[in-house]
Design a protein around this ligand. Sequence first.
Ligand SMILES: [Zn+2]
Length: 321
Amino acid sequence: MPNLPEIDTQFLLDFLTKLLNTPSPTGLAEPAIALTEQTLEAFPALKLSRTRKGALLATWPGERDDCPRALTAHADTLGAMVKEIKSNGRLKLSQIGGYAWNNIEGEGCTVYTRFGRPLRGSILLTKASAHVYGPEINDTKRSADTLEVRLDARTFTEKETLDLGISVGDFVAFDPRVEINAGFVRSRHLDDKACVAALVAAVKALADAGLKPARTTSLLISNYEEVGHGAAAGIPADVEELLVVDMAAVGEGQASDEFHASLCVKDSGGPYHHGLSDRLRTLAEKHAIPYKVDIYPYYRSDGEAFWSAGGDIAVASSAPV
Ligand SMILES: [Zn+2]
């Protein structure tokens, strides 16, 4: 087999850093979609378009036109919305996507008001001070009722917060805390921006090598994955194979780890397409790509969103870690 084209790692890291620093909770993912679109505009062979839902579709005509393929990754992230402005001027949150409440405790956040500048704040336990509440802090179950946003603004009442321009339904983005250190990239929102960056870097690698895909290939950068229907629409009707590129599920008992690509052959939605998964295993072996095969216990991908919406093609799911 010929060698795979070289990935421009610096380009990948620069784009990934920019993407991670572009807030995009589901429902407000447009800036991240637009950044990806601008970056792909550097490759004129790709035809770029948007779905009516706002996802980005990039189609690259291949050596052959039959049996076109697609890959998808999502640019939206977990986040929140303002559920309620409390009588003490602080904000109660409604989750966007599924995550444990304790994962956002202490995080900095930005509230996007309808008019005017975004406001900054912190997500705190309602009884945050150990000097006041003592052991109650460790005993408190983290939930929508026990966490709140304290704004970087002088407000002690609901009215003062309303006067800041905040209203119910404003989007809240959690700080991405991007750090590149000793070859590792750390950030809250690597899911799934790492995969979007991997796809864009793969396009650049092929283009730099003067190559194009063997078959016409579309990339769908979806914008509603975290709430379950990202790629339900947007895959071109003639596509015959879809590969979902999203995060792995790493933990005790899992085969996946941070140093291998992984191929998810089954998750909460059932098995993926055996023939396509098997072909990906064969390709990884031929090209000496270290990988693991795994089953993700509490996980659904955009491939299942597509299948559930009636998609009638082979779907497989992979992860860069
Ligand atoms: Zn994801």
